[in-house]
Design a protein around this ligand. Structure first.
Ligand code: NAP
Length: 272
């Protein structure tokens, strides 16, 4: 294990498997103590046991679909001054078309991907601004940019994460807090099997190994990127997308409707 000086503590949600578990490994190697969150206490404990040599690793088991459990993580973010990095990663998928989906399950997903995500991001932002430093990594998805893919509630939840992160950056610039949204494409984790879509059913050329995703995301963080798309070869494509969005901005709120929406000129009054 590492002998680096502690960088403070990283709190990671969804650390029991997949992307979160690799963040735990990589951040321990970078010198962070860890707080690992997830529902599955046994898995969290077994990961913690592997990472403990030389680092302090705590676990907090709870369901982000339950307010009391979300509040416990908020409390830690707000009160534990050793926390310097927050990975807002826990998430669930939905892959069926809207009209075939169980709307109760979509609501549960939104509770985790949007509601808990927001409360925890807000707690981390408040705490880090107060302490004058901190890093927030929000795990979005490439489907934030591809609303035609998967389920609209899922990709909408991930577009929320992207939009929210861009807004956070706008608000927190100059307050010592670094924020990053990570937009992986398909990743080789349990995420897919959990919703009944085995990973083997995806074209293998679009599936990135989970270690590659996290290492690329951390490289993007080190480069100070606000948005990291691990698979995107040419970053100028993203810059062009952002520039196109900004072109719209001066015309997004005006007193007059655009000419094409104005009623046609009224005809001359008829003489009866
Ligand atoms: N895999 C992909 O293709 C992919 C692509 C783009 C983005 N992402 C995003 O990456 C993030 C991590 O996903 P992953 O691929 O690593 O999948 P994963 O292996 O299924 O991990 C999901 C993690 O979230 C936790 N979690 C799920 N529901 C929870 C709840 N109600 N309360 C607390 N924790 C909960 C799980 O922990 P427990 O089971 O212990 O509760 C698990 O640790 C998600 O936000 C996902 O949207 C994934």
């Amino acid at each position: 294990m590492n002998t680096q000086t502690s960088q403070g503590t990283a709190l990671i949600t969804g650390a029991s498997s997949g992307i979160g578990s690799i963040y735990a490994d990589r951040l321990a190697l970078r010198g962070y103590d860890l707080i690992l969150a997830g529902r599955d206490a046994a898995r969290l404990e077994s990961l913690a046991a592997k990472l403990r040599g030389g680092r302090t690793v705590d676990i907090v088991a709870g369901d982000l679909g339950k307010k009391a459990d979300v509040r416990e993580i908020e409390r830690r973010l707000l009160t534990d001054a050793s926390i310097t990095l927050f990975v807002n990663n826990a998430g669930q998928a939905a892959v069926t078309p809207l009209i075939e989906s169980d709307v109760e399950k979509l609501e549960q997903m939104i509770e985790v991907n949007v509601v808990a995500f927001t409360r925890l991001a807000a707690a981390a932002a408040r705490a880090f601004v107060k302490r004058g430093r901190g890093t927030i990594i929000n795990i979005s998805s490439a489907v934030a940019l591809a609303p035609e893919m998967l389920n609209g509630a899922y990709n909408g939840s991930k577009a929320y994460v992207l939009n929210f992160t861009q807004s956070m950056q706008n608000e927190l610039a100059g307050k010592g807090v670094q924020v990053q949204a990570v937009l992986p494409g398909a990743v080789g984790t349990e995420f897919w099997a959990r919703v009944g879509l085995p990973l083997e059913h995806l074209p293998q050329e679009i599936v990135m190994p989970v270690e590659t995703v996290v290492d690329a995301a951390l490289a993007g963080l080190d480069q100070g990127e606000l948005v990291t798309i691990p698979s995107l070869p040419d970053v100028e494509n993203w810059d062009a997308f952002v520039a196109a969005r900004k072109v719209l901005r001066p015309n997004l709120s005006r007193a007059q409707a655009a000419a094409r929406y104005r009623p046609p000129a009224s005809p001359a009054p008829r003489r009866l």
